[in-house]
Design a protein around this ligand. Structure first.
Ligand SMILES: [Ca+2]
Ligand SMILES: [Ca+2]
Length: 292
C-alpha cells in the first residue's frame, strides 16, 4: 500500500503587494489597503516540503515598470506560525532593451572593433550580441570555428555600463560588403526585437588616378587654365576626392587644390621636371600619390 506523502506544514500563507501609489494587497479581484493572504483553501498547493501559488488574474496584477513584493509564512501541524515572514521584492519589466551601432558609422571602413551603446528601461541590459553577415554568400561569422556558417549566428559582445564592444571580428576581405546587427537582452530576459542594421564595405585597396592634362609626354604648353584627368576605385570602394599639387621647380612652394576647384597659379607651368603631383583618396582614406 502506498502511503500518500503528508505535507510537513499545515498551511502556507502567501500575499502579493504593490507599492505605488501606496502599499496595497492583491485580492484576486483588485487591490486593497489591508492585508490579504491566500492559502491552501484557495490558490496555494502544498506538497511534502514545497508549495506553489497560482497567482489569480496575473495579467491584472502586473504593470510594466512597477515594483512588487511577495510575502509568505508557514503554519506547522502543531499550529505554530512562522514568526519571520519571508519576502521578495521584484520589478516587472516587459519593455525591450535597445542597442545602437556607433562603429562602423560610415559605409567604408577598415577597423578591428565593432562598437555601440545600449539602454534599457527598468531592469537594465544583461547581454549584447552581434551578428555579422557576409553579403557575398549570405553566411554568418562564427567565432568558435573561426568560419562562416549558413544558419543565422549571434555572438556575445563585451557589455559595459552604457556601451558594448565586439573584438572577435573576422578578417575582412577587401571590396566585400558586410551587414552587422546588434541586439540586447535585459535582466527580465526581454530580447530586443527591432534591432539595428549597418551595412559597410571593407576597402583596403588604394584608388587610382591618371593625369591627362597636362599630359606627361607633352611638357610645353602655351597656357594652362585647366588640368584634368581620371580617377577610379575598385567597387564597392569609391573615390572620395582628388588632390593636385602644382610645384614650381624653380623654387616656389607647392599649391594644392581640390580637383573640383579651378586651379589658379601664377607660377609658369612649363617646367621640364616633375611639376605635378596628383593624389587620389578613396572613402576609406586609402591614398595614392603619383609624381609626374
Ligand atoms: Ca526592460
Ligand atoms: Ca579603395
Amino acid at each position: 500500500m502506498v502511503v500518500p506523502a503528508i505535507p510537513l506544514l499545515n498551511n502556507v500563507k502567501v500575499a502579493i503587494m504593490r507599492h505605488v501609489p501606496v502599499d496595497e494587497y492583491w485580492t484576486g479581484l483588485g487591490w486593497q489597503g489591508g492585508d490579504y493572504w491566500f492559502d491552501k483553501t484557495d490558490n496555494v498547493t502544498l506538497y511534502t516540503d514545497t508549495w506553489t501559488f497560482a497567482v489569480p488574474s496575473p495579467n491584472a496584477v502586473y504593470e510594466d515598470g512597477k515594483e512588487y513584493t511577495s510575502r509568505v509564512y508557514g503554519i506547522d501541524n502543531a499550529g505554530n506560525t512562522e514568526v519571520v515572514i519571508t519576502s521578495a521584492t521584484f520589478k516587472y519589466d516587459t519593455t525591450k532593451p535597445d542597442t545602437v551601432i556607433t562603429q562602423p558609422s560610415v559605409y567604408y571602413f577598415n577597423l578591428s572593433d565593432i562598437k555601440g551603446t545600449h539602454s534599457d528601461t527598468f531592469s537594465g541590459v544583461d547581454e549584447v550580441q552581434v551578428r555579422i553577415k557576409r553579403v557575398e554568400d549570405g553566411k554568418y561569422w562564427e567565432i568558435t570555428g573561426s568560419t562562416w556558417v549558413a544558419p543565422s549566428n549571434w555572438e556575445d559582445a563585451s557589455v559595459w555600463t552604457t556601451s558594448w564592444t565586439f573584438s572577435n571580428t573576422p578578417s575582412w576581405d577587401t571590396e566585400k560588403e558586410y551587414v552587422v546587427n546588434s541586439r540586447a537582452k535585459d535582466n527580465a530576459t526581454n530580447w530586443e526585437v527591432v534591432f539595428p542594421t549597418f551595412t559597410f564595405a571593407c576597402d583596403n585597396t588604394p584608388p587610382d588616378s591618371v593625369l591627362l592634362m597636362p599630359y606627361i609626354d607633352v611638357q610645353i604648353y602655351p597656357s594652362m587654365n585647366l588640368s584634368s584627368g581620371t580617377c577610379s576605385d575598385v567597387a564597392p570602394g569609391q573615390v572620395d576626392y582628388v588632390q593636385i599639387c602644382i610645384r614650381n621647380v624653380e623654387g616656389g612652394h607647392p599649391h594644392y587644390a581640390e580637383a573640383s576647384d579651378e586651379i589658379q597659379s601664377s607660377d609658369p607651368l612649363h617646367s621640364t621636371a616633375s611639376p605635378f603631383m596628383i593624389t587620389v583618396q578613396d572613402r576609406n582614406d586609402r591614398r595614392t600619390s603619383t609624381l609626374l
